[in-house]
Every structure is written in C-alpha cells, then in structure tokens.
Design a protein around this ligand. Structure first.
Ligand SMILES: Nc1ncnc2c1ncn2[C@@H]1O[C@H](COP(=O)(O)OP(=O)(O)O)[C@@H](O)[C@H]1O
Ligand SMILES: O=C(CO)[C@@H](O)[C@@H](O)COP(=O)(O)O
Length: 559
C-alpha cells in the first residue's frame, strides 16, 4: 500500500505549527514552527486594556512558511503524497469579513486598523457586552442561550467581541458583512470557499462560543442578537444555518493554495476546531479522560457519552457540545485564562530594570537577552528547592480574569501573605501553586456535578517543559497525570481529522487508535504533599472569595 501523509496545522497564540504525519502509522515525519511577525513586534495590542489583535497576514505568512519548512525537512516526494490537511486554532478568535469572506484588515483602507483584525481569545475589551449578554439571557425575556455554555457568557467569546468592536468602530461595522471564527476561516481560505454563504462552519466554535444549539434551531434569534447591539441587526441571516464535525470536509485545497504551499490541489481540508479539542483527539482521549492543554493558558476537555450528560446543564464551564472533539461524544470545555502567561508576566516584571538599561546602553543588550532566556529556568531551579510553609505567600491565578469555574473576566490576580523575607523564587513558587490550584478548581467543578474523571492527561508546552509545574499539579489535584509524548499534539489531532476527512479511515476512533500519541511520562501525587496543599487550597479559595468582593466594589466605583 502506498504511504500517504497528512498535515496538521495548529495556530497558537504566538506561532503556527505545521506537522506532517504518516497517515498509516501516525509517525510524525517533519514539522515547521513560525512565529507571527507583526505580533512578535507587539503590534496592535494594548496590554493594559487587555486588547490583543492578530493581523490576518500574520496567519497567512506564518502558515505558508511553516508548511514549506516542514516539507523541506521531509524526505523527497512526501509533498506529492499528502492527502489531507486539518486545522486547529485558538478561540474564540473572530474577525469581521466582507461578503467575499475577506477579513477587513486585508483591504488597504483597514490594513492598520486593529478592529478589522482577528480579536484574539485573550482580548477582554468586551467585558461590558458579556455582562449584557448574561443579563439578557437570564432576563426571562429570551431563551436562556447560556444553558449549554456553563450558564455564563464570557468576554473571550464571539458575540461579545463582534458587538463590542462594531460599536467602537462604525466604519468596521459598516464594512463588515459577517463575522467568522479563525478555525472556520483558515480551512475556508485554503479551499477558496471563504464567502460566508459558502463557508462550512464547525460545531466546535459555533457550540462553545456562538451559543449554537439544535434545541433552539441553531444560533440565537435575531431579536436577541439585536438586543446585544443594534450593530448586529440582520446578522443572523448572514451567518450560517448548518454546522459540521471535523470528520467532514470543509472543502478541497484550491489550485491557488496548492501552488503557494507546494501540495496537490484537490486534497481534503477537514472542518476546523479549537486547539484543545483536537489536542484531546491527538492525545488518544475518550470518555472520562480530562485532557489539559497547558501553555499560555489552559484549556481542559472532558468527554462523556451523551446519555450521561443528557440535557443537564453543567454549570460554570465553557461549554458542552456534542461532537466538538471526538464525534459522538459530548465534550465539556473549561480552562484558565492565564497559566504560563502568569510566569511570563513575572518574568517581564523581573526583567524591567535590565531592559531599561539595555535600551540606553548597548553593553547590557547581551545580558538582557541571556537573562530573558534563562530567567524561568533559574526561578524553576530555585523553586524546586523551596519548602513552602502552610501560611506562607499565596497567590491567585486570575491575572487575565477567571475562565472557569464560573467565568468572570473582571477578576484580577492577587498575591498575599508577603513579608520582608519573601524572595523572587518564593513568589514564583506561589504563582506556580496558584495555577495548580486553578487546575484543581476546574476538576472539582466537573466532578462535583457527577461527571467523573478517570484519567488526567496533559499536553502542550508546559507539560513538556516543566517538571516543577507538573508535579505540583499532581500533588495539588491528588491525581496522577500522564504527559503525552507528542510535542505537537494539537497538530497531531488535526492530522488525525485530515486522515478521516481524506477517507483514509472509516471513523475518527479508527484513526485515533492508530495515529494518536503514546504517553511519555507519569507524575504521581505524593500523599503527604497532597494533604498539605489541600489546606493551602482552602486559603486560595478564601483569597478568591475576598477578591471577588473587592472586584465587585471596584466595578461599582467604575460605573
Ligand atoms: N521552563 C518553563 N517553565 C514554565 N513555563 C514556561 C517555561 N518555558 C515557557 N513557559 C511558558 O509557556 C508558555 C507557552 O506555552 P506553549 O505551549 O509553548 O505556547 P502556546 O500556549 O502559545 O501554545 C508561556 O506562557 C511561557 O511563559
Ligand atoms: O480557549 C481556547 C479554546 O477554547 C484556546 O484556544 C486558548 O486557551 C488559547 O490556547 P493557548 O494557551 O494559546 O494554547
């Protein structure tokens, strides 16, 4: 039998990865990783206002280069044997598009306008719109469209972003025919069917972020959307009325993109999904496996059979959608809005003086670069030797708000119980511990609503890079954690769907059985440390309760 290959494209927050996989064995053949050039320069984002935007050209250029890099590394002849492409992306990362599906920032008049670009998942500028959506959905005047997304709509999601940006920028509102999620746009771009009327959208983004549900006939009613903002008047009929799972095709590779990428025209492009949902498939997960994708943020997927979940609302999570990860299973999504981002924030804080020196004096440039490279490693080494005290410094992981349990993006990070002896590694340890407590809070939220967790799996940058973080998570959660071997597990999941969409396998389960990643290592919890951290977890929760009250007061002061 001829060897066939598939490509998984994984669009992360900072970079895109292209992974070439042998579809008959699951063997990873080559990869290309390319950082988004404009994003790397810090363009279009305003950290202090939680505004984070991606230029569509960053995606287009980085994707093209990543595929070419991967093909250059692969043995000769592989390109001709590629039969399918799968795509996963961050989300909710929507953009305004014209009637042809062109993202507005690709037009000269909007080329430098952040409101015409993709609004990255971690952009929280639309908090007030999310509040309004919750108010409307819970008012009794409309269907409660938050029923299958944990009961609370978040400013990380589609409608809050579309409404907020449109109100901020009347020119964008005027030019926007519709809005589209990144995970739907990339496959459509490759297939040349990106006009909203032709584009085939995935159930994953629609169900988790755009309040799509069969029971209310798809998207929320137009009256509800118009109540969010008059700028959304008439948009429902310019959206979509069909959704698909990723074992289906979004289209076929167009001649234009085949030429650009050096691949055969006409190969299958699978329907796109969010990174974590495909990561779970790449990790070989099935019912009752809690899959933690641990990187800048975390995204947690727990799958369960439909008869176990039924029509029950699972509170406090980010969504429960049939077929958003493995077709046929309900995938519950949850996550932390900042995980590695918390460590990145601390690194930036400590780097401030040296960066200021380096700005004015070139003799510090090399030192600044070396420190930037080593600082997390140095902190990790020191934190590994640190013996935490029961009443020592304790932190919250809410620097970018709280995604789960019970989304509240207004919440802030906190650091408590400092004294004059508190040093940098101690604070770093408390930040790592805070992220582990956040992970436990998510698992407890699910298990307390009778959704069992039989196994915890971890993948993503931090799962591979930091033994300190993984051991702390195991100790705090009181669970063994299996770390998946693949360095590019989300891309591997995308490749699995590419193989199914290309007809290489009859079902995703068949493809997963052959192609999913093995487990590389296991972190076992230590019983004594777990007892110790249980007590610290109570302090974390108390600090959380106090912060919620303080946030309420701050919100009132601001209003
Ligand atoms: N040695 C380390 N220990 C802990 N965190 C790390 C380490 N190195 C990098 N990180 C964090 O990993 C995050 C990036 O994760 P990664 O999975 O590579 O990317 P992404 O989330 O974009 O997919 C950053 O937030 C960074 O702070
Ligand atoms: O929120 C989701 C999916 O719903 C993720 O795309 C988001 O957390 C981004 O993930 P990364 O931390 O960049 O890997």
């Amino acid at each position: 039998m001829d060897t066939r290959y598939v490509i998984g494209l994984d669009f992360g927050s900072d970079s895109v990865r292209a992974l070439i996989v042998n579809s008959r064995t699951g063997g990873e053949v080559a990869e290309g990783v390319v950082y988004y050039p404009r994003w790397k320069e810090g363009k279009y984002s305003v950290f202090a206002e939680s505004q984070f935007r991606h230029h569509p050209l960053d995606y287009i250029e980085a994707m093209t280069q990543a595929v070419q890099e991967a093909l250059n590394q692969a043995p000769e002849g592989v390109a001709k044997q590629v039969v399918g492409i799968g795509v996963d992306t961050t989300g909710s990362t929507p953009a305004p598009v014209d009637e042809q599906g062109q993202v507005l920032a690709l037009k000269p008049e909007f080329a430098e306008n952040p409101n015409a670009m993709f609004v990255l998942w971690k952009d929280h500028t639309s908090v007030s719109k999310a509040d309004l959506i919750n108010e409307l959905a819970h008012s009794g005047q409309f269907t409660d469209y938050t029923k299958f997304i944990g009961g609370i709509y978040s400013s990380e999601w589609f409608w809050a972003k579309a409404a907020w940006v449109s109100e901020q920028d009347p020119q964008v509102a005027e030019a926007a025919y519709s809005w589209v999620e990144l995970c739907d746009w990339v496959p459509a771009l490759l297939a040349g069917n990106e006009a909203p009327a032709q584009m085939r959208r995935g159930i994953c983004a629609a169900g988790h972020k755009a309040m799509w549900h069969d029971s209310w006939n798809g998207l929320p009613d137009q009256a509800f959307l118009s109540a969010i903002s008059p700028t959304l008047d008439g948009i429902r009929e310019r959206m979509f009325d069909q959704v698909y799972a990723s074992d289906e095709k979004a289209g076929e590779l167009s001649q234009e993109w085949a030429d650009k990428l050096g691949l055969p025209a006409g190969i299958a492009i699978a329907i796109g999904e969010f990174d974590c949902h495909m990561g779970a498939v790449g990790a070989g997960a099935g019912s009752y496996d809690l899959v933690k994708v641990i990187g800048t943020s975390t995204c947690d997927i727990l799958m369960a059979p439909t008869d176990v979940i039924g029509e029950r609302q699972i509170d406090g999570i980010c969504g429960q959608v049939l077929g958003s990860s493995m077709p046929g299973l309900v995938a519950l999504e949850a996550g932390q809005s900042a995980f590695g981002d918390l460590y990145a924030w601390y690194r930036r804080l400590l780097m401030w003086p040296i960066e200021q020196l380096a700005k004015d004096d070139a003799q510090y440039t090399a030192l600044a670069a070396e420190l930037d490279d080593k600082i997390l490693f140095m902190l990790t080494q020191a934190a590994e030797q640190y013996q935490p005290e029961l009443t020592g410094p304790i932190a919250l992981d809410w620097h970018n708000g709280r995604r789960t349990p019970y989304a509240n993006q207004r919440l802030t990070g906190e650091l408590s119980a400092l004294n004059l002896g508190t040093d940098a590694p101690t604070i770093f340890h408390s930040l790592v511990e805070a992220t582990a407590h956040g992970a436990k809070a998510i698992m407890d939220c699910m298990t307390s609503q009778d959704v069992q967790v039989d196994r915890v799996l971890a993948l993503g940058g931090i799962a591979k890079k930091s033994r300190l973080v993984m051991q702390l998570c195991a100790d705090v959660m009181g669970r063994s954690i299996d770390v998946v071997e693949s360095e590019q597990c989300c891309a591997l999941g995308a490749a699995i769907f590419a193989a199914v969409a290309a007809g290489e396998y009859a079902s995703t389960a068949d493809a997963q059985a052959v192609m999913a990643s093995p487990i590389a290592s296991r972190f076992e919890p230590d019983a004594e440390r777990h007892d110790f951290y249980q007590k610290r977890y109570e302090l974390y929760r108390q600090l959380g309760g106090y912060t919620e009250e303080l946030t309420e007061t701050r919100t009132q002061l601001n209003s």
